[in-house]
Write a protein of this length. Structure first.
Length: 305
């Protein structure tokens, strides 16, 4: 299946699912293209997990269709899932067995030949080959997350679905997982769906994204293009914050919102307006000590949801 000269890996059309009295997903449509790191965003209860579970055949859709690799999921489930690897919520392991043994057991349960080279190569891919003989109970949370991704990679899938892979990790662990995801995408050619509440992660590595709320699509598109349309929250550290705010409010530059936070002026503006605001403040005799753009995706997300 082709879409705008891009190969579509996943096409979700008019997908709906009701869970008891709750409409968890409502007429949702989106596409994931080959080579994407596709950010899947939404607040708790927005329908992300329900959508992912339907894409993995863990839940049956109420209505609508899911096509993966150009095949209807309903009719070709086994063929499709052989090319899909998934990391859903917290990975579970046999804590008193080694990392190697856990993957060996998984391969046998999956009906695949437990080849030693395959297991070692996969552990090496996620940076755990030196700890292959270590019991999982000795692993840090970040190492367990890596082992969870190794489970998803064992059969060398084309598509990876990662649900909150950095959840609960410290900054160092988050950086490691982010670099691993980028490596798998750029060097190994994996198309990746990344469901996350960590907005910085999505902004850092995703090229396209979908934001849903109450089971409905709010916006979909290229991350860079969507953010260019949104007002950035920019901090101007100045020597006289009250005067700076008053001068801007009385000036000719039309701004969405201006707030005072200690010695900082928080201004919501387009990226190209930042130099203009700086020049305006300097012209009014205000000393601008620093300018810092805050996480624009977080503001965009909160505005939409």
């Amino acid at each position: 299946m082709l879409y705008m000269d891009k190969q579509v890996i996943i096409a979700v059309n008019n997908l709906s699912k009701r869970l008891k009295k709750i409409q968890a997903v409502n007429d949702l449509s989106f596409t994931v293209e080959k080579g994407d790191i596709y950010g899947f965003l939404g607040p708790n209860g927005s329908g992300k997990s329900t959508t992912i579970r339907m894409m993995l055949s863990l839940l049956k859709p109420g209505s609508g269709s899911i096509t993966i690799f150009g095949l209807p999921l309903r009719d070709h489930k086994l063929k499709i899932l052989k090319q899909v690897g998934a990391f859903i919520e917290k990975p579970d392991f046999y804590e008193y067995l080694s990392a190697y043994k856990n993957l060996e057991i998984l391969l046998k349960y999956s009906g695949l030949k437990a080849e030693k080279n395959r297991i070692i190569e996969t552990l090496d891919l996620v940076g755990l080959s030196k700890r292959s003989a270590s019991k999982v109970k000795t692993f840090s949370k970040g190492m367990k997350q890596r082992l969870g991704i190794a489970q998803a990679l064992l059969h060398d899938p084309q598509l990876l679905v990662l649900d909150e892979p950095v959840n609960g990790l410290d900054p160092s662990g988050m950086k490691d997982i982010r670099e691993l995801i980028c490596y798998l995408n750029k060097e190994k050619g994996k198309t990746i769906i990344l469901s996350s509440h960590n907005l910085h992660e999505i902004e850092s590595i995703a090229n396209r994204m979908l934001i849903i709320n109450n089971g409905e699509k709010i916006v979909e598109g290229k991350v860079s293009k969507l953010l260019r349309k949104h007002s950035y929250c920019t901090r101007f550290r100045v020597n006289d914050v009250k005067k700076a705010k008053k001068d801007l409010q009385n000036g000719d530059i039309i701004l969405t919102k201006i707030e005072i936070d200690d010695n900082d002026l928080r201004v919501f503006c387009q990226h190209e307006e930042i130099p203009e605001i700086n020049s305006f403040l300097v012209g009014k005799g205000i000393l601008v000590e620093s300018i810092k753009t805050e996480n624009s995706l977080e503001d965009y997300f909160l505005t939409l949801t």
